[in-house]
Design a protein around this ligand. Structure first.
Ligand SMILES: [Zn+2]
Length: 464
């Protein structure tokens, strides 16, 4: 479709991971997000597919935020030949560096493990990318201010707006071949404890809106006492609370909530261990943004916490080294361990689960989205056995799932945000949701707002 601007969906279509949207006109190609597929094996294998177009032919990549399902494919794209600019906001750059270094480390470890155990089909299993690819990728980062229009390629300009999802996160207006598009990225909620709410829906006409729908079929429950109650029950039993948490943002939100619960005397002041190098690096950037009074941080929060640390209720321990982490294997008094990854697919939390799940004194509190095919999802769905490091581990610990910490807008919140649009976009593409959630949300957009909607299939291309 030469001479006609098009959009191609190369991921996050009927699923929540692998956000990659390609804009094309004549010789110009722009990729919005370069996310990794996560969860089910059939999805993870897609990270290894040949990219549908020559990566070297892409003019620029635009990243909405640092989460792996939006940024994690980038070093692979670079390894395969992409060498253009990567446009992102200042804190997306800082956090993406943390996320991508950790990812390269995990990729390399997995490849070495496969080689050692001999279960790979390849004689020399290779990593999807390694630390050298990440170094090359970081040099392409081009930090860009919020609310500032920037020309990034022929016939292409972008404007980032704060989306209130995580530090640095943006929704992005794209002007492309005289068309106007809006990508929501991941849209946050108005009540993030640290971040300012998303900017309003930008004025004017849009030819296409590309919206997430992670929780498009649901309405978040209001905060309840389930979280402190679960912690109190565990403390009374003398057990350990394991909280698998996304290293970026979720750890910060949970730490702030725990401090608040300490101060209100809703839970006892037990030690809190943050056991994830990635989470600690991210925490450093959040502290930096707070102390610099970054405009992304709520001004009341910045003012209140200008002298002290909102993340530490007095018992915070930062477990940096592997040796530190190992000391947590024999804790004898009640405590809380926050560790990544958030869906228990890797990272130090997997070791803590292996040690804690067989004992009914302990609990596991799930505080984030759990994609199909992950250990976190199996736990949430009530599995009695979980496979860890090739062995079946019995699940005797109490499992609690709490949704109110979500930093994704739900169906109602998305609709409310869209109601700020001055008119209906010519076409709305519903992505970044499991098939059911995306379809339910698309029906709501049609019924409630009378918007024209499409739930694209993986690989599908549309004229804009
Ligand atoms: Zn996200």
């Amino acid at each position: 479709m030469k001479n006609v601007p098009t959009i191609r969906f190369l991921g996050a279509a009927g699923t929540v991971t692998g956000s990659r949207f390609l804009l094309e006109i004549d010789e110009t190609r722009i990729l919005i997000d370069a996310g990794m597929f996560q969860g089910l094996k059939e999805l993870r294998l897609k990270n290894w597919d040949t990219f549908p177009i020559e990566p070297a032919s892409i003019d620029a990549v635009v990243l909405t935020h640092a989460h792996l399902d939006h940024s994690g494919y980038l070093p692979r794209l670079v390894r395969e030949g992409f060498a253009g600019h990567v446009y992102l906001t200042e804190y997306t750059g800082k956090l993406a560096e943390v996320v991508l270094r950790d990812s390269a480390h995990l990729q390399t470890e997995d490849a070495q493990y496969a080689a050692r155990k001999g279960f790979s089909k390849h004689a020399q299993p290779r990593a999807l990318y390694d630390e050298a690819d990440v170094e090359t990728t970081l040099r392409l980062f081009t930090p860009t201010a919020f609310r500032t229009r920037v020309d990034i390629a022929p016939q292409t300009a972008i404007t980032f707006h704060p989306s209130g999802h995580i530090l640095g996160s943006a929704f992005v207006e794209v002007e492309f071949a005289r068309k106007r598009l809006l990508f929501t990225g991941d849209l946050g909620r108005r009540q993030h404890p640290l971040l300012t709410p998303p900017d309003a829906f930008p004025p004017g006409d849009f030819d296409a809106l590309i919206t997430e729908s992670t929780y498009g079929d649901r309405v978040h429950e209001s905060p309840t006492n389930d979280f402190p109650d679960a912690i109190n029950r565990t403390i009374e039993r003398g057990g350990t609370v394991i909280i698998p948490a996304f290293a970026v943002d979720r750890t910060e939100v949970i730490l702030m909530e725990l401090r608040r619960l300490f101060e209100n005397q809703q839970i006892k002041r037990v030690p809190i261990y943050v056991d994830s190098p990635m989470a600690l690096a991210s925490l450093g950037h959040y502290r930096d943004a707070l102390h610099k009074r970054s405009p992304e941080i709520r001004s009341d929060v910045a003012k209140q916490w200008s002298e002290t640390d909102p993340f530490d209720g007095g018992t915070l321990r930062e477990m940096k080294s592997v040796e530190d982490s190992k000391t947590l294997n024999d804790l004898h008094s009640p405590s809380i361990i926050i560790s990544a990854s958030g869906m228990a697919t890797g990272g130090r939390v997997v070791h803590h689960l292996a040690g804690s799940l067989p004992n009914s004194k302990n609990s596991v509190v799930l505080v984030g989205y759990q994609a199909i095919g992950t250990r976190g999802r199996s736990l949430r769905d009530g599995a009695k056995m979980i496979k860890i490091h090739g062995e079946q581990v019995p699940v005797k610990a109490e499992i609690i799932s709490i949704e109110s910490f979500s930093v994704h807008a739900d169906g109602d919140e998305l609709i409310e945000w869209f109601q700020g649009a001055s008119q209906a976009p010519r076409e709305t593409f519903v992505v970044h949701g499991e098939q059911g959630a995306a379809e339910t949300f698309a029906r709501r957009l049609t019924d409630d707002l009378h918007w024209r909607c499409e739930v694209p299939k993986d690989g599908q291309q549309f004229p804009i």
